[in-house]
Ligand binder design. Structure first.
Ligand code: PLP
Length: 395
């Protein structure tokens, strides 16, 4: 037997999910390529800003091969971290320097680094349902145990009382994601303050330290007045994980960073842990693309494109009669399934040429997720199919 039992289990557990991601191929075979509406995958479809390509060309021309391709410092180049710190200092009105920033190969890497740094075997990490399914993998790989907690029914906002009930002496972290995949919700400063107050009290009562981990790859995809606050201002022991996958449309380049503020308890030790985890997991941010994000730190992809997509899909589906959560950010619409079983509803959608992901893939049964990082024409073309499906199911 060559492959470990742990990996065999992971492969088996991943199989039903993998099948969900092949809907587009199935539909294309059934209906042909021009009459299929794929809302299943969250792959950015807006191109990176032109400045990204300009920067890549500039770096390739101006730097020697050795400078371009050498190993980088574990935490990332100081000048890159400085550019990011200055940008975020201005944006959030907080005191940040390069010492507060560690570059990593995207948010997924950042979260793995954080889990590896914080968790001992059996430590518990609270996540809020529905959540990005990969969290289970990140937590379990670091020896932790994932604890699922409900959010408020219908609005999917933080339910502080439910989190409080789930906290035990083994709780090491609460992991939140704002703007949220899959609901599009952005948590308000008030609800985060309420969460922070409860965490401070629980830590004090139980004599434990709980870290708040904020997963923010969609931070800059926010469509209205609601913005993502700087979490370490609200709760001292916060680690923020950011990524350029969505804001600069660079998911394949694997680039992001972790922010650790000065208010973090045992800051230097936590930082040393994060740096050690980056090295041991070998998820250092790639050299060329670090330089590029420093050049393009004030740029972003065409966020207005996603905004129009989200508004159109939300308004049109709501008009038909679907119950949807209005997306404040990210690029997902969370829609109540028209039948109880969301897997069955996803199949019904396929019969109507539409690919969606069942909410159960995010521990959110009874709902489906529509990714609106698609061509605007896909949304316009899909509306009659959504209408027909509604009439077929609801009469
Ligand atoms: N967290 C959430 C909620 C995501 O949706 C994703 C990717 O889609 C990630 C983390 C991973 O992002 P990255 O591409 O930066 O690794």
């Amino acid at each position: 037997m060559i492959v470990s039992n742990r990996m065999r289990n992971s492969i088996e557990r991943g199989k039903p999910m993998a099948a969900l991601f092949t809907a587009k191929d199935r539909l294309t075979q059934r209906f042909g390529p021009d009459d299929v509406y794929d809302f299943s995958i969250g792959n950015p479809n807006v191109p990176a800003p032109a400045t990204v390509k300009e920067s890549i060309l500039k770096q390739a021309q101006e730097l020697s091969e050795l400078e371009l391709h050498s190993y980088t410092p574990v935490e990332g180049y100081p000048f890159v971290r400085k550019a990011i710190a200055e940008h975020d200092r201005e944006k959030f009105g907080v005191d940040l320097t390069e010492k507060n920033i560690l570059m990593v190969a995207g948010a997924a890497a950042g979260l793995n680094v954080v889990m590896t740094t914080l968790l001992d075997e059996g430590d518990e990490v609270i996540v809020l349902k529905p959540y990005f399914a990969e969290y289970a993998v990140y937590v379990e790989h670091a020896g932790g145990v994932l604890i699922e907690v409900p959010t408020q029914e219908g609005t999917f906002r933080i339910d502080v009382k439910e989190i409080e009930k789930a906290i035990t002496r083994k709780t090491k972290a609460v992991l939140i994601n704002t703007p949220n995949n899959p609901t599009g919700v952005i948590y308000s400063e008030d609800e985060l303050k309420e969460l922070a107050d409860m965490l401070y009290k629980k830590c004090n009562d139980l004599g434990i330290d709980i870290v708040l981990i904020s997963d923010e790859p969609y931070r800059d995809l926010a469509y209205g007045d609601e913005k993502v606050p700087f979490l370490p201002k609200i709760y001292d022991n916060t680690l923020v994980v950011y990524s350029f996958s969505k804001s600069l449309s660079l998911p394949g380049e694997r680039i992001g960073y972790i922010t650790i503020s000065d208010s973090m308890q045992e800051r230097d030790l936590v930082k040393a842990g994060l740096a050690t985890a980056i090295r041991s997991l070998f998820v250092n941010a790639p050299s060329l693309i670090q330089r590029v994000v420093a050049d393009c730190i004030n740029d972003e992809c065409d966020v207005a494109y996603y905004k129009r997509n989200g508004e159109t899909l939300y308004e049109e589906l709501t008009k038909i009669g679907y119950e949807c959560v209005k997306p404040a950010g990210a690029f997902y619409l969370w829609v109540k399934a028209l039948v109880d079983d969301d897997f069955e509803f996803a199949k019904i959608a396929e019969d109507h040429h539409i690919a969606v992901l069942p909410g159960s893939a995010f521990a959110g049964p009874g709902y489906v997720r529509l990714s609106f990082c698609v061509a605007y024409e896909t949304i316009v073309g899909a509306i009659p199919h959504f209408r027909e499906m509604y009439e077929d199911v609801c009469g």
